[in-house]
Design a protein around this ligand. Structure first.
Ligand code: NAD
Length: 282
C-alpha cells in the first residue's frame, strides 16, 4: 500500500491538470451510508431502489402530490437528506480540499448530494447529481437555496408546490433522480474537465451509475502523440494514453476489472487520501 501511495503522489506531482471524481464511498466515514457498498442502502433494501425509479415521473405527473408526500414523511432519499444535514466532512474530503489549495487538484466532480466537499473547503466542485441544500427549476435551470423556501408554511397554506420566481413553474430539489437528465450546465462543465485533465483520481464510487460512469471511460479513450525511440535510432510519434487514472476504493470496481484505471489503491478514502496529500507535502 505504501508503495502505491508514493506512486500516486509522484503521479499527481508530475501532472498538469488533476481532477477528482467522487462517489458515496468518500462520505461513508462521515456516517452517510452509500448505496451499493457492503452496508449500502440498496444492498440492504432493494425494494427502495425499485421505488426510487418512479420519483422523477411522480414529480412530472403531479408536482403538488410529490411535494406533499415528501413533506409528509419518510422515504429512503428523504432519510438520506436528513442524515446529510448533520454530517461533517471527514479526512478524505479535507485531503482533497488541501490538494486544491496546494494548486494540484483543479476540480472535484462528485455524485454526492451531501455538500461535504464544499464544507471541507473545496472551491471547484461540480455536483453531478445535485445538492441536497438546493432547489432547481427544471426549465431555466436556476438553483435556489433551500433555506429561501419555507416549505412547511407553503404546505400549511395549501400553496405547494414551490414555484420558480422567474418561470413561475413547479420546482424540485436539485437532486437528480433516476431517469432525470443531468442538468446541462453540469454536463457541459464535467465534459470540459474530463477533456482537459491528465490525471483522474476516482474516490469511493462503484462506477456503475450512468452517465457519470462514462467520464473515466471517455478519459481513457483520449490519446496523445508521444515521441519514442525505435531500434534503428529513429524517433517516431506513437499514441499514448492522455490520462493516468487512479482509483481509491474499498474494493475493485468495473473500472479496475476493465483496465480503465491504471491502478487501485484499496482501502478507505479517509485513510489513503490524507496519506497521498502528506506524501506530496514532504
Ligand atoms: P455506490 O454506493 O454505488 O458505491 C460506493 C463505493 O464506495 C463502493 O464501491 C464501496 O465499496 C466504496 N466505499 C464505501 N466506503 C468507502 C470508503 N470509506 N473508502 C473507500 N471506498 C468506499 O456509490 P456511487 O458510486 O456514488 O453511486 C451511488 C449514487 O447514490 C450516486 O449517484 C450518489 O448520488 C448517490 N448517493 C449519494 C450519497 C451522498 O451524497 N453521500 C450517499 C448515497 C448515495
Amino acid at each position: 500500500m505504501q508503495k502505491l501511495i508514493e506512486r500516486a503522489a509522484r503521479d499527481l506531482i508530475g501532472s498538469q491538470y488533476v481532477i477528482a471524481l467522487t462517489g458515496a464511498g468518500i462520505s461513508t466515514e462521515s456516517g452517510i451510508p452509500d448505496f451499493r457498498g457492503a452496508n449500502g442502502i440498496w444492498t440492504r433494501n432493494p425494494e427502495a431502489e425499485r421505488e426510487a425509479y418512479h420519483t422523477y415521473q411522480r414529480f412530472k405527473a403531479d408536482a403538488r402530490g410529490y411535494w406533499e408526500e415528501k413533506l409528509r414523511g419518510s422515504s429512503v432519499i428523504g432519510d438520506l437528506v436528513k442524515g446529510v444535514e448533520k454530517a461533517k466532512p471527514n479526512p478524505g474530503h479535507y485531503a482533497l480540499a488541501k490538494l486544491e489549495k496546494m494548486g494540484i487538484l483543479k476540480c472535484v466532480i462528485t455524485q454526492n448530494i451531501d455538500n461535504l466537499h464544499q464544507k471541507a473547503g473545496s472551491k471547484h466542485v461540480l455536483d453531478y447529481h445535485g445538492n441536497a441544500f438546493k432547489l432547481r427549476c427544471p426549465k431555466c435551470g436556476n438553483r435556489f437555496d433551500l433555506k429561501e423556501y419555507d416549505l412547511e408554511k407553503l404546505k400549511d397554506e395549501g400553496k405547494l408546490p414551490p414555484l420558480c420566481p422567474i418561470c413561475k413553474i413547479a420546482i424540485k430539489e436539485d437532486i437528480v433522480h433516476f431517469g432525470e437528465p443531468i442538468p446541462q450546465d453540469i454536463l457541459k462543465r464535467s465534459w470540459e474537465e474530463v477533456l482537459k485533465c491528465d490525471l483522474m483520481l476516482i474516490c469511493g464510487t462503484s462506477a456503475v451509475v450512468y452517465p457519470f460512469a462514462e467520464l473515466p471511460r471517455i478519459a481513457r479513450q483520449r490519446k496523445i502523440e508521444k515521441e519514442g525511440k525505435i531500434e534503428s535510432g529513429l524517433y517516431l510519434a506513437r499514441q499514448a494514453p492522455a490520462v493516468t487514472i487512479i482509483e481509491v476504493n474499498a474494493g475493485p470496481t468495473p473500472l479496475t476489472h476493465e483496465g480503465i484505471s491504471d491502478y487501485l489503491i484499496q482501502g478507505k478514502t479517509g485513510d489513503i487520501l490524507p496519506k497521498i496529500a502528506g506524501e506530496i507535502e514532504k
